[in-house]
Design a protein. Structure first.
Length: 272
């Protein structure tokens, strides 16, 4: 009797899912776009355990000439995550940055039709995925300098690094002016109604640097993004309960609970 085959196909995850392009990319060569997208995906996810039970099997990157970058929550029941970007001609830094942010939302299980953003906790996801994108940009800059996707283009790694640093500098000024760098818990208590507004608001942008620093200090904590939004209500529940559900989700998926515990402490929220 022949032995059963051991050549089983590995399950598709966020790092291995095929990528397709859609929309109007102008005069940009599709292969060039694909190379940049793939480099940013690898820079963002290499070495990160992908533990979510809600990962897509395909990624679509759709270039729109107007509007904001977003996840298109298409209600067709497919397992494709649909990312919308809006960049200029061959603006590879902007493409990587926008793609990285939206990839962060997909990583955080916010890509299916039921993933509509909701207050009061959406701001925190925005801060976390913005930090995720900045982390990826920093890694992409280093990789580009050492091994550029386009022959002889090593120097563009410096341009990516500068692009990232310009964003970080702006957010650092916001954090200082808001008082986040002096006393995070007082910052949250004093500005909570403004902080909990939807989207990547100025407070979420400032907070992204606190989270980015934690990604760098405790690299494994990035994995906790894959445990987000696996409960009813998603971001529409009170923040204290959000942290509790997130911590439980980390335990279920056997990932570090460091990030939710740390952020809860930073914001001055005591566990029940």
């Amino acid at each position: 009797m022949p032995k059963p085959s051991t050549n089983r196909a590995l399950p598709i995850n966020l790092l291995s899912a095929p990528v397709e392009l859609a929309g109007d990319w102008g005069h940009m060569l599709p292969r060039s776009v694909e190379l940049v997208v793939e480099r940013m995906r690898v820079a963002s996810l290499h070495g990160v355990r992908l533990v979510s039970d809600r990962q897509p099997t395909r990624l679509r990157v759709d270039e729109h000439s107007t509007g904001q970058p977003a996840i298109w929550l298409h209600p067709d029941g497919s397992s494709m995550a649909w990312i919308i970007v809006d960049i200029g001609e061959r603006d590879w830094s902007k493409l990587a940055y926008q793609f990285g942010h939206e990839l962060g939302h997909v990583f955080a299980n916010s890509w299916k039709a039921d993933a509509k953003p909701a207050v009061p906790c959406q701001w925190l996801e925005e801060a976390m995925v913005e930090a995720f994108s900045l982390r990826g940009l920093g890694r992409l800059a280093t990789d580009w300098k050492d091994n550029p996707p386009f022959v002889g283009d090593n120097a563009f790694g410096d341009a990516i690094a500068q692009y990232c640093q310009n964003i970080v500098g702006g957010y650092s000024a916001l954090a200082d002016s808001q008082g986040l760098t002096r006393d995070p818990s007082a910052w949250f208590a004093d500005h909570r109604s403004e902080i909990e507004c939807p989207g990547l608001n100025p407070y979420a942008r400032a907070m992204s640097l606190t989270i980015l620093a934690e990604y760098d200090r405790v690299p494994d904590c990035v994995e906790a993004l894959g445990a987000l939004n696996r409960w009813p209500g998603r971001s529409g529940i009170p923040l204290g309960e959000y942290f509790q559900r997130w911590t439980q989700s980390c335990a279920e998926l056997q990932v570090s609970k460091h990030l939710p515990l740390h952020l809860r402490e930073v914001l001055g929220l005591r566990p029940r």
